[in-house]
Design a protein around this ligand. Structure first.
Ligand code: T4K
Length: 410
C-alpha cells in the first residue's frame, strides 16, 4: 500500500467534477458513422431491410457463427417476437431468472405469457438448473435464461433439460455479444438468442437488438413478424408487429462492430485495474469472469458484504454518488420483487428465492467502457477504499501503453 490511512473526508468532495456514469456508450469512429449516415441519406433508403441493416445482420451472423441474424428495434421486442414466433402466448409459462433486468420478464408478460422466476446459481449469477427443473410444470413451454453481465448461463445442462422436457430454450444475450461459452461465440445456443444493441451495451446501434438462430423456418417467421407479417414477396403471412431496425441504427451498429476489439481491450484493462486496486479490501470483491472464456468485460460488478465491509451496498453507493460516481445497483430488486409480479407471487415465484434476495442486496455496477480511463478507475477505487477501511490504493505497475482508451476514437 502507498501512504498512510486515507480518511474519506480528506478526499476532495466531489472527487470528480463531472458525473462519472455507468453505461456511457462506446462510440467507435465518428467519421465512419457519418459516412454511413451520409450514404443512407444519399440512397433515400431509411428502413425496411435496407443495405446497412443487411450488412449488419451478415456481420453479426458471421461473428456469432449462426445461420441467421434478424435485426430488431431492441432486445425487449426481440424477445417478444422470438417467443411469439415459437407459439408462446397467453397463459404459457416461461421459466426465467429473477436476477436480471426486468425487460426479460416484461417482454413475456407483454405477450400474455407468464414469467416464472427461478433461483440463481451463485457462481455464474444465471439460472440454477436444479431449480429450473423443479419449476417445470404442465404449462411450461420454454426456458429463457440470461447470460447476465456477459457470464454464460449453464448452457449444457439447460440444453439437456429442455430437450428432456420438450421445451424451447432461449437466451437473453443482451450483455453477451462478443463473449464465448466453451470457446464458441454466444449466439449459437438454444433455439435462439437475443442480443441488445442499446446505447449502454458493448456494441450499440443507439437502440437495437438482434435475434440469432440456426433454424431456417424460425428465421423466416421472425423476419415476417418484425415487419407486420409480410414475407419477402410482400405477402401477408400472418400477424406481426413493427420491430424493424432502421438504417441509422445499423450505421451505428456497423461502426461500433468495427471497434469492438478496441472496446474489449479498454474494458479488460479497466476490469483488471479494478481487480488490482480493490484487491484485499474487506467485504468487497469484483464478481469474477470465467477465466476459461472470452468476455467483453462490459460490466464491472462488485459485491459488498455489509458485515465485513462495515457498510451496506446502498451506503457505499451513496458515498460514491457524493463524489459524482453514479454507480448502479444492477439488478436490484430481483424481478419477482417488482410489479406486476410481486402482487401475484404464487403464480410468478412459487418458491422463495433466498440467493436472489441476498445477491440483489450486494451488487453494484461501477463505471467502465471507453469513456473511463485508468485515472478514473483509480479514483473510484480510492473512494471505495477510503469509505471501507481507509486504506490507500495499492501501487500497481501495469503499463497502460497501447490502450488508446479513456475516450471514444474519432
Ligand atoms: N435483457 C437484459 C438482461 C438487459 O439488461 C436489457 C437492458 C434488456 C434485456 C433489454 O434491452 P433493450 O430492449 O433495451 O435493447 C439500462 C438500459 O437502458 C437497459 O437497456 C439495460 N438493459 C439496463 C441494464 O440498463 P437504465 O434505466 O438503468 O438506463 P439509463 O438510461 O438510466 O442509463 C444507464 C446509465 O447509462 C446512466 O448512468 C447514463 C448512461 N447513459 C445512458 C444512455 C441511454 C449514457 O451515458 N448515455 C446514454 O445514451 O437501463
Amino acid at each position: 500500500m502507498s501512504g498512510g490511512p486515507v480518511r474519506l473526508d480528506s478526499l476532495p468532495t466531489p472527487y470528480f467534477s463531472e458525473p462519472l456514469h455507468v453505461g456511457r456508450p462506446n462510440v467507435g469512429s465518428r467519421d465512419r458513422l457519418m459516412e454511413r449516415i451520409d450514404g443512407a441519406l444519399e440512397r433515400l433508403w431509411f428502413t425496411n431491410d435496407g443495405p446497412l441493416v443487411r450488412e449488419f445482420e451478415a456481420r453479426v451472423a458471421e461473428l456469432t457463427q449462426v445461420r441467421h441474424c434478424v435485426a430488431v428495434s431492441n432486445a425487449t421486442t426481440g424477445i417478444q417476437v422470438a417467443a411469439k414466433a415459437l407459439g408462446i402466448g397467453p397463459g404459457d409459462e416461461v421459466i426465467v431468472p429473477s436476477f436480471t433486468w426486468v425487460a426479460t420478464a416484461h417482454a413475456l408478460d407483454w405477450i400474455g405469457a407468464v414469467p416464472v422466476f427461478c433461483e440463481l446459481d451463485e457462481e455464474t449469477g444465471t439460472a440454477d438448473v436444479a431449480h429450473v427443473e423443479r419449476l417445470i410444470g404442465p404449462r411450461t413451454r420454454a426456458i429463457l435464461d440470461v447470460h447476465v453481465f456477459g457470464r454464460p448461463a449453464r448452457i449444457d445442462e439447460l440444453t439437456k433439460l429442455a430437450a428432456e422436457h420438450g421445451l424451447h430454450l432461449l437466451f437473453d444475450a443482451a450483455h453477451a455479444f462478443g463473449c464465448t461459452y466453451r470457446s464458441k461465440p454466444i449466439g449459437g445456443f438454444g433455439t435462439a438468442e437475443i442480443f441488445s444493441f442499446q446505447a449502454t451495451k458493448f456494441v450499440n446501434s443507439f437502440e437495437g437488438g438482434a435475434i440469432v438462430t440456426d433454424d431456417d423456418a424460425l428465421a423466416d417467421r421472425l423476419r415476417a413478424m418484425r415487419h407486420q407479417g409480410l414475407n419477402a414477396a410482400h405477402e401477408i403471412t400472418g400477424s406481426g408487429t413493427v420491430a424493424r431496425m432502421h438504417e441509422i441504427s445499423a450505421a451505428m451498429g456497423l461502426t461500433s462492430l468495427e471497434s469492438a476489439d478496441h472496446f474489449t481491450a479498454i474494458n479488460r484493462r479497466n476490469y483488471r485495474l479494478y481487480e488490482q486496486y480493490l484487491d484485499g479490501l474487506p467485504g468487497v470483491r469484483v464478481r469474477p469472469q470465467d477465466p476459461n472464456e472470452l468476455s467483453n468485460c462490459q460490466y464491472v460488478v462488485i459485491e459488498v458484504d455489509a458485515v465485513r465491509a462495515g457498510l451496506h451496498r446502498d451506503e457505499l453507493q451513496a458515498v460514491l454518488q457524493r463524489h459524482n460516481v453514479l454507480a448502479r445497483a444492477y439488478f436490484s430488486p430481483g424481478c419477482h420483487s417488482c410489479e406486476p409480479y410481486r402482487s401475484d407471487l404464487a403464480r410468478h415465484a412459487p418458491d422463495p428465492l433466498p440467493k436472489v434476495e441476498a445477491l440483489t442486496e450486494r451488487v453494484l455496477s461501477l463505471p467502465t467502457g471507453t469513456a473511463v480511463g485508468p485515472e478514473e478507475v483509480r479514483g473510484v477505487c480510492r473512494i471505495l477504499r477510503a469509505a471501507v477501511d481507509g486504506s490507500a490504493v495499492p501501487e500497481i505497475h501495469e503499463s497502460t501503453e497501447g490502450d488508446a482508451g479513456g475516450r471514444p476514437a474519432r
